[in-house]
Design a binder for this molecule. Structure first.
Ligand code: AMP
Length: 538
């Protein structure tokens, strides 16, 4: 028997309609390239978004067409987030930190028809201009006449009357947005987010069991809007009426701390390298900024060192919440809140639990597969994490590299090696390609890195496999020391010794001025492997 409920479609414009009706007075604050702050209200955002939608239609954008952005986090990018899906087109946020060749490849692969580009990024665009095929290029935040052949966003939308915009009926399974993976090997692969997935993911962000966003929050996504929808925060904030603070291109610790304090941010999100920088700045600050209303600093995208979580809490009274996700999972997959069972447990045990990647979001199911099948949830047996859920990709966009990532029974293979404990909490041990295979056993580079980063002299550490004639691979620790500190390899090895089996301990330590990073700010281990392995060895 069929249920008798409406088949209400979960679409991005439905979030916008709510914002228009209920949250018109809520604010969006953006840092502009000249460092000044731009402020407007949700009602201005909705009005301009409708104008953008009308302008896109006038330019011939049809349902299913791709419209790309090359843009930092600010109000005009937010307008694209909603304006493009509002005409049933697909927003393709291009990751501006990708190598130029990859940008050319993905713009071509996605067949983007129109590009919205920040004036501040025109130089980058010039590097790809000749090799891409956008029919129209629209300049955002132009402070001077736009280059020949391009259009000025403000002029374009000013010509449209928002009153004439009528929301189309959109099927919730149609695509609203797309991101490409920033894979360090092979070509980037396209992930197509449906309206339905974005709406359900937004609801997920509002659950107290995940991160519990509400309209009382002031949210600053430091995670870029060009990487996995800024973790879905722009959609969720518009749905819930939360004030948005968008930091533009200024991502240095001083600028971010200034916004956190000045705008009374309650919730912020970013990768560990951002928070490590902020931690050092707060440690050094002679005058404490007032961060008393900041309730959650969400960290993910790479493993958050437990020492960092503890340092924020102990030294600055700030709560870091660890989460895990991927481009393919919209991205939130797991969040590490303290399980009820650990209320009242000793601090150290609570911290150990919170430093894990956490429990899957409601509606996201997980399992891990080892060499002999699905592994038990014993917190010890490693396996590759697999997931399924309404905001998990079912395949890549026009790619012939599907086969090994999606199982025959409908799960997505993440490529992350994890253990899962009895409470369902996941701990990432490594990427399959980063795990160190020594003498037939696996050594987790992530656990060694976290332990090294807890050493008082160590600012950053990345551990990679180097070829070894006897053991096949051995770990090599690449270490960046804190300013003015010193440590030897011998000292670091002694520091690690009590925490790991002897055969895990790196024999070799390389002291570097910096660890190379990926476009998303993660350690670029492939570069380190290439640097420390002679050709053909690994
Ligand atoms: P991306 O698709 O670029 O966002 O990268 C996703 C990958 O980042 C995952 O497969 C993990 O390997 C890694 N990752 C994301 N969050 C975490 C985390 N909290 N801890 C460890 N690794 C993470």
């Amino acid at each position: 028997m069929e249920g008798l409920m409406m088949d209400y479609q979960l679409t991005v414009p439905s979030l916008m309609r709510r914002a228009e009706q209920i949250y018109g007075a809520r604010e969006v604050v953006s840092r502009l390239p000249d460092r000044s702050l731009h402020r407007y209200r949700f009602r201005d955002f909705v009005r301009r978004t409708k104008q953008l939608a009308l302008a896109l239609r006038r330019m011939g954008i049809r349902p299913g067409d791709r419209v790309a952005t090359l843009s930092w986090n600010h109000y005009a990018h937010l307008e694209a987030y909603f304006g493009v899906p509002s005409v049933e087109a697909v927003l393709h946020t291009i990751n501006l930190r990708l190598p130029v060749d990859d940008i050319v490849y993905i713009a071509d692969h996605a067949e983007d028809r129109i590009l919205l580009v920040d004036e501040a990024l025109l130089q980058l665009f010039e590097q790809v201009r000749e090799r891409t095929h956008f029919e129209k290029v629209i300049v955002l935040q132009a402070t001077r006449p736009v280059p020949e052949g391009m259009l000025d966003y403000e002029e374009l939308i000013a010509a449209e009357d928002p009153q004439t915009f009528v929301y189309p009926d959109i099927a919730e399974r149609s695509a609203a947005a797309m991101s490409y993976t920033s894979g360090t090997t092979g070509r980037p692969k396209g992930v197509l987010y449906s309206h339905r997935a974005l709406v359900l993911h937004s609801l997920g962000l509002g659950l107290a069991e995940s991160v519990g966003l509400t309209g009382r929050d002031t949210v600053m996504p430091v995670v870029p809007m060009f990487h996995v929808n800024a973790w879905g925060l722009p959609f969720a904030c518009v749905m819930l009426g939360a004030k948005l603070v968008l930091p533009g291109p200024h991502l240095d610790p001083a600028s971010l701390i200034d916004l956190l304090a000045g705008e009374k941010v309650t919730f912020t999100a970013g990768v560990p390298t951002i928070w490590l920088g902020i931690l050092q700045a707060l440690d050094k600050a002679t005058e404490r900024p007032d961060l008393s209303v900041l309730r959650t600093m969400l960290v993910g995208g790479a493993a958050a060192p437990p020492s960092m979580i503890a340092a924020f809490e102990k030294r600055h009274g700030l709560r870091v919440v660890h989460a895990w996700g991927m481009t393919e999972t919209t991205p939130l997959g797991t969040v590490s809140n303290l399980p009820l069972e650990l209320d009242g447990a000793p601090d150290e045990e609570q911290m150990r639990s919170r430093a894990r990647q956490g429990v899957s979001m409601p509606l996201v199911e997980i399992r891990a597969r080892g060499e002999s099948g699905i592994v038990p949830w014993d917190g010890m047996t490693p396996g590759e994490l697999e997931l399924r859920g309404p905001w998990v990709a079912s395949s890549y966009y026009r790619s012939d590299e599907q086969g090994d990532r999606f199982t025959a029974d409908g799960w997505f293979r993440t490529g992350d090696i994890v253990t899962i404990d009895a409470t369902g909490s996941v701990q990432i041990q490594d990427r399959i390609k980063d795990v160190i295979k020594s003498g037939g056993e696996w050594i987790s580079s992530v656990l060694l890195e976290n332990a090294l980063m807890a050493h008082p002299s160590v600012a950053e550490a990345a551990v990679v496999a180097v070829a070894d004639p006897k053991w096949q691979e051995r770990p090599l620790a690449c270490v960046v020391l804190r300013e003015g500190e010193s440590a030897t390899g011998e000292e670091l090895r002694e520091f690690l010794a009590p925490q790991f089996p002897k055969w895990w301990l790196p024999e070799e330590y390389a002291f570097l001025p910096a660890i190379p990073k990926t476009s998303a700010g993660k350690f670029l281990k492939s570069a380190l492997r290439a640097q420390f392995n002679r050709p053909n060895e690994v």
